[in-house]
Design a protein around this ligand. Sequence first.
Ligand code: C2E
Ligand code: MG
Ligand code: MG
Length: 687
Amino acid sequence: MFFLTLEPPCEDYLIGLPAGIYLLEASRQEETFEPRRLIFASPRLKALAGTEDLFPLLWRPEALHPDDREGLEKAKRQLLSRKGELWRSFRLRRPDGSYVQLREGVSLFREEEEGRLTLIGLWIKLGEEALPSQGLPLWITLLEKAPVGLVLYDLQEGTFLYANSYALNLLGYSLEELRRKRVWEVVHPRFQEEVKKNLERRAKGKDFPYTYQELHLLTRSGQEKLVTLFTETVHLENRRVGVGIGIDLTPQRVLERRLTELAFFDPLTGLPNRQLFLEKLRAFIARGLRKREQLMVMVLDLMDFREVNTVWGYQAGNRVLREVARRLERNLRRSDVKSRFFADRFGLICMDVRGTWGIRAVLEKIEALFRRPFRVNGGEISLSFRAGVSLFPRDGNQAEDLLAKAEAALKRAKEHDERMAVFSSELERSLAEEAILRTAMQEGLRRGEFFPVYQPIVRLSDRKIVGVEALVRWKHRELGVLPPSRFIPLAEKSGFIHELGEFMLRRTLEDLSPCLSREECFVCVNLSARQFRDPALSRRIESALKRTGFPPERLHLEITETTAMEEPEKTLSILTKLRRLGVKIVLDDFGMGYSSMRYLVDFEVDKIKIDRFFVENLLFGEKPRYVVRTITGLAHNVGARSVAEGIEKEEQVRILLELGCEEGQGFLFSPPLELPALKEFLKKCAP
Ligand code: C2E
Ligand code: MG
Ligand code: MG
C-alpha cells in the first residue's frame, strides 16, 4: 500500500497538502465499480465535504447536484477504461444541503484479484485552487508510479524528506542516500547558487507563487539530466516544506536533436542539406568579409541521373548518390562544405579559391571523381555532371543571392552543354532579359507584334524564283525588331513555340495563298524540335491547309538535321504521318549534325539545305567545297535536291553550280521581305 510504504513523517506532509486526498477501496462490477471502504481521507478533504463521515459522499448519485448525477456512471466506466486516470468536475451536496463546486482527479492505483480496486482521488475546490493550474494534473501523480518526479524537502535545512521512485530513478540514489543530501547537491554546479538562493527566499517565508524552470541535475553517476521543475511551498505545523515536481526532459532533448539533424542533414547521404548549406555560407561570408577571403559556391547536377533510376531502380539510384557524396567528401578539402540539396543536385562551398585557375583546379578534382564508374547491382554506370559557379565577394555578399547565381550559371551550362559555367554580369543581364522576354512574348502575340518575313529561293541555273522561306520576326515595343535567335530558344523552352508555330503556319498560308498559287512557288516553314514532336502537329497542318486551300505539295516543312537525328526512329514515324498529308520535307542546316546514312535513306526527304557555314567558307579553301560536293551527292543519292543558304556573292553561285547544287537563297538575291515588299519583288521578277 502506497501510503504505508512512506516513512511516517512523509505521510504528515502529504496530509497537509492544500488539496483533499482520499484512498478508496472499490469492487469491480464488469465495466464499472462500487465503493467498498474508505481507507484514508485527508483533513482538507473532510473540510471540503463539511463532514467527517466521507464514505457516503464518494461516488454516490445522492451526494451530487441533480444536474450532475447523469455523468456519474459514465465517469466510472471511463476511469476503468482509460488507463485508470480521469479528471471531472461536479457539485457536491454537503450534509447541510449546501453545494461545493469541485474538480476531482482520480487514479486507479491498483487492481487485485477478485476485482478489488484501490482508487486515489484528489479534490480541489474550483475558484480557489490551492495550486497553479499547470501543477494540478501533476498532483494526482503523488503516487509512486507517477510518470513525474516528486520530492519533498525541508526548506530550512535543505534536506530531502521524500522522493518518489521516478525521482529516485532519475537521480540514481536510494531514498536513504538522498535523505543525506542537500537539495543543491543534486543540481549541476552551474545552477547551485541559484537554487540555494531560491530556497532561502522560500524559507524566509517569502510566499511567491510557484516557480517553474528548466534545470540541469547531476545524477549519482555524474550524468547531467535536464528537467523541467515546478516548486511550491506548503505549510505544515509551522514548518515550511518545499515540494518539487520534475519531468526528465533528456529523452525529449535527444529527440529534438534528432529532429534538428533531420532538418539540417540529408538523410540519404548524411551531408548537410540546402538549409544548413545556406547557414554555413552565411557564416563563411561573415568571416570572409573580415578576412577578405574569396569563396566559391558551386552547384552540381548529375547528367541523365533519371535514367539510372529508371534503368537500375531507385535503390541503385540511392546507392549512386551516396557514392557521389562519399567521393566528394573524400577528395575535396575537409574544410569545403559539401551538401546535397535534392535529387541529384549537390552544392559545394570552397574556401579561398583564387581566380579562374582556382576554379579550374576544383573542377578538375571533381572531374577526376567521375572518371571512375559507379558500381551497382554488378554493373557499372558512368556518370557525368554539369556545374555552375558564383564567387564571393565578386558576385554578391548574400548567401541566397550567391546560390541563385550559381544555379543560374548551372542552368546556362546545361543549356550550352558545357561542363561548367561561371556566373557573370553578362549572364545576369541575359537572364534578366530572358525573364522579361518570356512574359512579353505571350503579350506580343496577342498584340500582333509577331509577323513573318519571306526570303525568296531561286533556281541557281536561271535565278528564277521557285519558292520562299517564311522566317518569323518580333517587333518588340521597346527593343525593336528581334531576330528569331533572341526568342525562339526561349519559346521552345517555355512551350510558347506551339502557339507561335501555329500562328506562323496559318499566317504564312493566308498571306501566300493568293500570290503564290499563280506563280507555282513553294513555301518553306520552319519547325523547331518541340513543334516537330508535337503529337498534334499533323492535325494542325491539315487544318491550316484545309482552311486556306493551299496546295499541300507546295508546303515544305523544314526540320534541322540535328532535330531529325535526335531520335531517328521517332522521326521516321512522324515523317510518314506528315508525308500522308502531301507536304514535302526539307532537312535544314545540313552538315552541322551527324547523320546516319541509313536513316537518311529511310527518311525520304525531298530537299537538303546546306548550312550557311559551308557556303560562307566556299571561297576560302578546298575543304568546304569537298563538304558541299559530298552533301549534294548525298542529296541526289537519296532522291533529294540540294539548296544552299546564305549566298552573298556571285562567286559562291558559280562554285555551287559547279558542285551540283540546284537552289539557293541569300542576300545576293534578296533579304527576307515583308509581304508587300515580297509582292513587289515577285512582280519585278515575273517574266
Ligand atoms: P534558317 O531556317 O536556317 O534560316 C536561314 C537564316 O539565314 C535566316 O535567319 C535568314 O535571315 C538568314 N539568311 C538568309 N540569307 C542570308 C545571307 O545571305 N547571309 C546571312 N548572313 N544570313 C542569311 P533568321 O531569320 O535569323 O532565322 C534564324 C533561324 O531561326 C532559322 O534558321 C530558323 O532555324 C529559325 N526560325 C526562323 N523563323 C522561324 C519560325 O517561324 N519557326 C521556327 N521554328 N524557327 C524559325
Ligand atoms: Mg530554315
Ligand atoms: Mg538553315
